[in-house]
Each structure stands twice: as C-alpha cells, then as structure tokens.
Write a protein that binds this ligand. Structure first.
Ligand code: PLP
Length: 425
C-alpha cells in the first residue's frame, strides 16, 4: 500500500492556500534518502553523490541536497548557472554532458568543474575551446547488452553515450601527454533499476576497467563514477532498492579488484543519482474536475501530460491515491485523463480505484524526479507551482505557477496581444 507523505487533513489545508495542480516535495524524505545513501557508502573515504540536476532543477531543493553534502551533476549551460547560483564550484560539480556546445565547456571550465567527456573527439574540442583541466572523467560504453543473470538491464550497444575501451585507452594516453594528471571513469548503462545487483555489477566492470587501463597507461585514477540508475518502486508491490546491500556489494568488489592492484585505495566512488534522491519525495497534486462515461469511464483532472509526461511518454506507471478514500475498496475502473488534445494524455488507464467524485484531491506519486522537469507548454498549458513541505510540516512556495504572461513572454508583443494579456491575466 502506497501512502502519500501528507495526510488528508494536511493536503486539504494546503489546497486552500495553493490552487491545484501543483507539485509538492518532502524535505524530510529527501534528506533521509541522502543520509541512507551516504551511510551505505561510508566505507569509501571520498564517496560523493552528485545529484542529477535535470531530475528536478529547483534551487531550493538543490540547496537542501547540497546541505546534505552532495554535489551537482550538470549537463547544460543553465544547469551550470543553477549550480553556480547555489554556491557550487570545483569538485562540487560533475559536468556530464553530451553533444556539448563549446560555450558550455567554457563555462564548466570557468567553474573548475569535473568534466566528464562523452566522446573521443571531445578531447580535441575541449582543448581547442576551453583548454584541458588537470583532472578529467571519461564516459565508457561497453557495447552489447547489460545482463544480470538472464535479464537484460540495458542496451549500451544501442546508446549514443560514451566511448569504446580502445578510445578510452587512446584518449587517456593523449590526455596524459598533454599534462592531465587525474582520471575518473563513468558509465550509465541502465535506468530505473530495482535489481540490487546492477550497481554492484557496474562497479565491478568499472573497477576492472580502471585496473586494466592503469596497467596499460599508468594513468592515475582517483575516482569511479557509477552515475545514476538506481530505481524506485513506482508500483505498490515493488521493493525499494536495498542501499546497504548495494554499498556492501560495491565494497566487496572494491576489495577484490582495487585493493590488490596498483590503483590507489583512495579511489573514490561517485554517484549521480537523480530518481533515487527526489523521485519518491515529490507528488503531483491534482483535482478531479470532470466525469465522462462513454465506452469507458473517464475522470478528467486539472493536471495533464504537460505537467507530468512520463505516463504519456513511456507508459510509465504512477500510483494514484484518492485523498480521504485510502481505505475504500477499488470498486471502479477509470482512465484518469488530462485535457491535452492527445489521446495519450492519461495518468492511468483501466485503473481500479475507489469511486471518484468531482472535487476529490488526487495524489500522483513518485513524481519528484523527471516530473516537473519534463513539463512543457503544449496546448498553451501552463507549468504548475512547486511547493516544499518542510521538516516542520509548514509549506513554502518554491516556484510560482506560470501565468499567461509567462507563456507569451518571448513573443514580440503587438498592442492587441498586450491588451488581452492585461485584461485576462
Ligand atoms: C539522467 C542522468 C542521471 C540520473 O539518472 P537517474 O535515473 O535519475 O538516477 C545521472 N547521470 C547522467 C549522465 C544522466 O544523464
């Protein structure tokens, strides 16, 4: 049984203050999740999580995450701006981009962030546009399929990211000859994985790779970046990833592979988790505004796929709680839909739920990562507000909702449009 991180009484009060739809985030949950991660990797001297900013780029949340000792994983110019704005520089920033514009590299170098090169050709590109730093990370793509037992976890051979092993070795030789002193290796081979053995297997692969490349080139490896990918239980029956098991498994691989090698025991583990950090701690709150009974039964809500794209884009499951009806039996079968002129604008399809009445508050769970962030303005829909539920149970508006003025802002206004915006705002 999935429960929201607020009570019915609390959310009724919050809805009086802020009109739906809105995102709400649980400060306490985010902090606890980070502490659990850090505990699981406390055996590693220089362990550091770099929160993937793209998962939820709100500076108030980023500050909380930074306060817990994390850095930020950025991949674009504006994400670097957010990082700089909250006081991250140098080792606090991992710049893991791909198809990177020159100005992004220039900015990343200016902040002295750790640059994670996605491709062999970017060595020359970076040198030409921004100069080479003293430490650098390279992204690996092993090709083929990522298997655990008989299960395919991911399909790196089909992915645009990273370099082949030959390119890594060649690249590191070139970088060493140009004065680069410290290296890291990164790989991101599967997403939203609940199998606890994924990270362990990935760590083994990267540890072995680091030892092999160190033997060939003598390169000084100071960290391995396990990237993102730890999944969250979107469905009620699924189990949370077992962080202690994962940390212990990575430690065993470290002791088996790194300890007896020439690679230093100071080798740090770095992660770039996004979904694990904020995913479960964000909920999209929406209200039922329409009923429609034709060949199926529909509940229309005031949020739509422009607020939360994952169900429409990937058919992703997001659990939905009808607030105040947590104990009622699932006697009805509904499609829960938004108002886009797109038939895939459905938060749930054929979902068994308690009877829903107009005005009911629905909590769409696990929307704290890749939720608000993937929002868009199709059909002229406006982005919602974001609210923080603080540890003391008070709320703070951390992003106001968009207004029509925001939507029209980038246009060259003529008088007629200005007059309508003024009248209808
Ligand atoms: C998206 C991304 C992440 C975060 O992935 P999650 O699945 O949210 O953990 C980390 N690193 C890179 C390079 C990414 O693109």
């Amino acid at each position: 049984m999935k429960r929201p991180f607020f009570t019915y009484e609390e959310i009724k009060e919050i809805c009086k203050k802020y009109p739906t739809p809105f995102y709400i985030y649980d400060e306490e949950g985010i902090r606890q999740g980070i502490r659990n991660l850090q505990k699981a990797f406390s055996w590693n001297k220089n362990f550091k999580e770099y929160y993937a900013v793209k998962a939820c780029p709100n500076p108030t949340l980023l500050r909380i995450i930074k306060e817990e000792g994390c850095g930020l994983d950025c991949s674009s110019y504006t994400e670097l701006m957010l990082a700089e704005a909250i006081g991250c520089t140098g080792d606090d920033i991992m710049f893991s981009s791909n198809v990177t514009p020159a100005e992004d590299y220039v900015y990343a170098r200016e902040l002295d962030s750790i640059i994670n090169l996605d491709d062999f050709t970017h060595i020359e590109f970076l040198e030409e546009h921004a100069g080479l730093p003293k430490r650098i990370c390279l992204r690996y793509n092993p090709g083929g399929e990522m298997m655990i037992g008989n299960t395919i976890m991911g399909n790196p051979g089909d992915a645009k990211y990273g370099m082949t092993k030959e390119q890594l070795i060649q690249g590191i030789k070139i970088l060493m000859s140009k004065g680069v002193e410290e290296f890291g290796i990164h790989a991101f081979l599967a997403s939203n994985v609940l199998d606890n053995n994924y990270y362990v297997k990935l760590a083994e692969m990267l540890f072995e790779l680091v030892v092999e490349i160190n033997n060939i080139t003598g390169a000084n490896f100071t960290f391995v970046n396990l990237s993102g990918g730890i999944g969250i239980p979107y469905r009620p029956g699924e189990k949370c990833a077992d962080l202690m098991y994962i940390g212990k498994g990575v430690k065993e691989a470290f002791e088996r592979i790194i300890k007896p090698s020439n690679v230093s025991d100071d080798l740090a583990i770095k992660t770039e988790l996004g979904r694990y950090i904020t995913g479960p701690h964000g909920i999209l709150v929406t209200k039922a505004i329409h009923h429609k009974d034709i060949y199926k039964n529909y509940i229309g809500v005031d949020a739509c796929a422009a607020n939360l794209l994952r169900p429409a884009m990937y058919g992703a499951y997001h659990h939905i709680t009808v607030m105040g009806k947590e104990e009622e039996p699932n006697t009805h079968v509904y499609d829960i839909t938004g108002g886009l002129c797109e038939n895939n604008d459905k938060f749930a399809v054929d979902r068994a739920m308690p009877e829903i009445e107009t005005g009911d508050i629905l909590a769409i769970h696990d929307a704290g990562a890749h939720g608000f962030a993937m929002g868009y303005n199709y059909n002229g829909k406006l982005r919602s507000a974001e609210i923080l539920l603080k540890t003391d149970r008070t709320t703070q508006l951390i992003r106001r909702a968009e207004t029509p003025m925001d939507y029209f802002q980038t246009l060259d206004f003529d008088e007629d449009l200005s007059r309508i915006i003024e009248k209808r705002k």
